[in-house]
Design a protein around this ligand. Structure first.
Ligand SMILES: [Zn+2]
Ligand SMILES: [Zn+2]
Length: 295
């Protein structure tokens, strides 16, 4: 008898020895150690539910004989499969349990399409200026003068320029302060921030001060823009896809009036999704205002 591998037939999730199932009698154990039989009350379970996707499958169908498994994947598909597992594991961790990537080429991306680190640096400073001006309207002229003096005014998008031209309603101003989240993920892309806070982190706990301290705000840009470099682009791509799937999940919940089972802060995820689509010019779009977040 060959060693069998164990996978959920619906989503391919693989249990760890530490995973537990609970019987009707209240006993908890790893059901794969006893082929579905409760060691306490001896009830034989015919179906086993998957903690990852929540679906029930016949217990027997979880066992796969690797010797009759499909032919091995190419090295490229193996790399994409690894990427898929990483993304799905994170989504499951955040409580999005039913989103599976079934089309592997979806996880291919073109590194050469990314904005230059120079452009990312400009965008970071513009996003800071927008969020700052939204909070401190009285400093609007100083911020605009600074943007013009350092040559960043032309990097301010058409929609963003409206903030500097006329008085905005309070709800718009509050909305614009969220641009700090977009700024943060861009800082992470170019390694100004080492660790990106998780999508379920308390937003009030983020130390924006120490991030902004590294930026030449109200100052000469010096060689700030020239010295920026990307972190591994695969990490950026993975973060983009996680937020893309999360955006789709929130939209489906909204349209279907379903409850949100995830722990993700949807405001943070939306900002990251937009910023990262812009970074990799998703859909061939390089203008900030036109960056799409529909999938
Ligand atoms: Zn039992
Ligand atoms: Zn499953």
């Amino acid at each position: 008898m060959p060693d069998l591998t164990i996978n959920c037939p619906k989503c391919e999730w693989a249990p760890e020895p530490s995973d537990r199932w609970t019987c009707e009698c209240g006993f908890s154990w790893n059901t794969f150690e006893t082929k579905g039989k409760c060691p306490n009350c001896e009830n034989q379970w015919e179906t086993t539910s998957c903690p990852a996707c929540g679906n029930d499958s016949p217990h027997e169908s979880w066992y796969v004989d690797p010797s009759i498994a499909p032919p091995p994947l190419s090295a490229h598909d193996q790399m994409l499969t690894k990427r898929k597992r990483l993304i799905e594991a994170q989504l499951i961790h955040y409580g999005i349990r039913n989103s599976r990537i079934s089309y592997l080429p979806y996880l291919d991306f073109d590194e050469s399409q990314f904005q230059s680190p120079y452009e990312v640096g400009c965008r970071i400073l513009v996003l800071w200026a927008v969020a700052y001006t939204a909070s401190f309207s009285e400093e609007k002229p100083e911020v605009k003068n600074w943007l013009m003096a350092v040559g960043l005014w032309e990097k301010v998008s058409h929609a963003e320029k409206l903030l500097f031209q006329k008085k905005q309603p309070k709800r718009v101003l509050i909305h614009l302060t969220w641009r700090l989240q977009a700024m943060l993920v861009l800082c992470w892309c170019v390694d100004l921030v080492t660790e990106l806070p998780s999508l379920d982190a308390d937003v009030d706990s983020i130390d924006f001060e120490s991030i902004i301290d590294q930026l030449p705000v109200f100052d000469d840009l010096g060689d700030f823009l020239e010295n920026l470099h990307y972190r591994a682009k695969e990490e950026i791509f993975i973060e983009n896809i996680i937020n893309e799937i999360a955006t789709g999940y929130f939209r489906d919940n909204f349209l279907g009036k379903k409850t949100d089972d995830s722990t993700i802060n949807d405001g943070v995820s939306f900002e990251r999704h937009q910023a990262l689509n812009w970074v990799r010019k998703f859909g061939g779009i390089s203008e900030w205002d036109e960056t799409l977040t529909s999938t």
